[in-house]
Write a protein that binds this ligand. Structure first.
Ligand code: NAI
Length: 475
């Protein structure tokens, strides 16, 4: 037992930590027992700060945090940061997938080689014991302890329980989704070109439906239009003429969060580009080859055949946010995600902060919100370390000025080398739509991309596209 207590001291593990781990090991289900490792903090007296996720929030923390003050551990099933504004471009080959993926090892290595990264999904939490359960890609389970935890697990698509969506629709949230769309587009177009395909079947196959008139749906519809008019029209002109894009939106107009002038401009541009707008129309059901829509005013229903359907009807917090909510059920009573206070603290839990799309606050689920929250939290940790108040981070961070989001504007690409931009200026905002706004959007993307390597890759992709056309082949 002397040896055991020595080990506990060396690894800064309390007997309670070990006890919990052992008890769990004995009660773990058979499938979870394939491998069982426990990460322990380094014996350097520093607190262990665990970041969950490699999205906008967590990655910005990594960029801003003085990591020498903590044992920093990053956990995410995704070993790269994804530049989401260009994800719709990857569905049609305007940009290549790798160009907008920044390996997390590059980001970590640039700052502090001591940061640990675990490619794993966090599946459970014990806030009392301050322990996390991780599931690795090889399906083994591990436990890690934390002193401070930052949850930035992000959001995923929301089907709102609409029948058939999960089974038949494509989504646009992760890189795998973009590749899947690209593959399906290619397959459907090839299929429509087969000799024996009937006219009716060809019409169905070439009908592309986008559900959701938010920025994701509008940007994807714009990219799809570009693929058809700029590339398909050269490769298969007969088929390109028959492709039809329909954008279905439940509300009376698309892009409800944008300035009404820009909404009008967007709707006009989409229609001019041949995209059929079905606003005030809700998708009620999706089958393998057709969907059912309902007119929100008259209540009348119609069945529409389709070849591909992309569901961009909104997002919800990821599963882990709900797992954490279930540990503090009375306080965390909002099914949309984790309720946080102005200091990004998860209400009802101790030493846990959360940011980005997995949270519920007065701020919209935007990349720039998550990014600013990450910066604010990292700075709070840095100044706390300077003030040597690292022992009580919760109280120390709460004493600082609260997080306040400052909008830097909104941009969206709408197709045909046109974009819309809404930039705050003093007490008003400047709005612009058209080719100039598109140039502005492109400059923004190049500027905001994570590294010079990514910016160069994207700029090269754009140049290749202009010179040789898009590359929609997938392996
Ligand atoms: P969203 O929530 O902004 O838009 C989804 C749209 O789908 C809504 O307008 C909703 O009325 C509609 N919808 C929902 N269910 C429907 C149904 N059954 N039938 C027809 N329409 C239905 O979702 P999105 O576009 O994925 O964006 C998520 C968040 O990310 C938002 O906060 C958005 O502002 C932000 N974002 C911003 C971007 C930008 O500023 N360029 C780009 C991408 C996302």
């Amino acid at each position: 037992s002397k040896k055991a207590s020595g080990l506990m001291q060396a690894f800064a593990l309390s007997p309670r930590h070990l006890h919990t781990a052992q008890a769990r090991r004995h009660s773990a289900p058979e499938k979870n027992r394939r491998s069982y490792a426990t990460h322990v903090a380094k014996p350097n007296g520093k607190k262990t700060l665990v970041l969950l996720g490699t999205g906008w929030g967590s990655t910005t923390i990594l960029k801003t945090l003085d990591t020498s003050n903590f044992n920093v551990v990053v956990v995410s099933p995704r070993n790269y940061f994804l530049f989401t504004p260009l994800l719709p471009s990857c569905t049609v080959g305007t940009t290549e997938n790798r160009s907008i993926m920044e390996p997390i090892r590059h980001i970590v290595g640039r700052h502090n080689k001591d940061i640990r990264f675990y490619e794993a999904q966090c599946t459970d939490i014990d806030p009392e014991a301050k322990q996390l359960t991780l599931q690795t890609p090889s399906d083994s389970t591990a436990r890690i302890s934390y002193d401070y935890l930052v949850v930035g697990v992000g959001g995923t698509y929301n089907t709102f329980g609409t029948p058939g969506v999960q089974e038949h629709a494509l989504f646009l949230k992760e890189m795998q989704d973009a590749s899947k769309i690209r593959r399906r587009l290619k397959d459907t177009i090839e299929k429509a070109g087969f000799e024996g395909t009937t006219e009716e079947e060809r019409k169905r196959l070439l009908h592309m439906v986008v559900v959701g008139g938010g920025p994701t749906g509008v940007e994807f519809a714009g990219e799809l239009h570009d693929l058809i008019t700029e590339d398909l029209s050269k490769w298969v002109p007969g088929l390109a003429k028959q492709v039809k894009i329909t954008l279905v939106e439940a509300l009376p107009h698309v892009l409800p969060s944008f300035d009404p002038k820009l909404v009008k401009y967007t709707e006009h541009t989409l229609r001019k580009n041949g995209i059929q707008l079905m606003t005030g129309t809700t998708v009620k059901q999706v089958g393998p080859t057709s969907l059912v829509v309902r007119d929100t005013k008259s209540g009348s229903e119609a069945e529409i055949p389709y070849g591909n359907i992309v569901w961009a009807a909104g997002i919800q917090a990821r599963e882990f946010a709900h797992t954490l909510r279930s540990k503090v059920p009375i306080v965390q009573n909002n099914a949309r995600g984790l309720i946080i206070d102005d200091h990004l603290r998860v209400r009802g839990a101790r030493d846990i902060w959360a940011l980005g799309d997995c949270t519920v606050s007065k701020n919209a689920p935007l990349a720039q919100v998550a990014s600013q929250q990450g910066k604010w939290l990292a700075r709070a940790f840095n100044s706390m370390a300077k003030e040597r108040q690292i022992g009580d981070a919760y109280a120390s961070i709460a004493a600082k000025a609260p997080f306040v989001y400052s909008s830097r504007g909104s941009l969206a690409y709408i197709g045909g080398e046109r974009a819309i931009a809404e930039i705050p200026a003093f007490s008003t905002s400047i709005t612009a739509g058209g080719p100039l706004a598109s140039l502005f959007w492109k400059s923004y993307c190049l500027w905001e991309l994570f590294s010079v390597r990514s910016s160069m890759s994207v700029a090269t992709d754009w140049a290749k596209r202009a010179l040789f056309g898009r590359h929609i082949s997938v392996d």
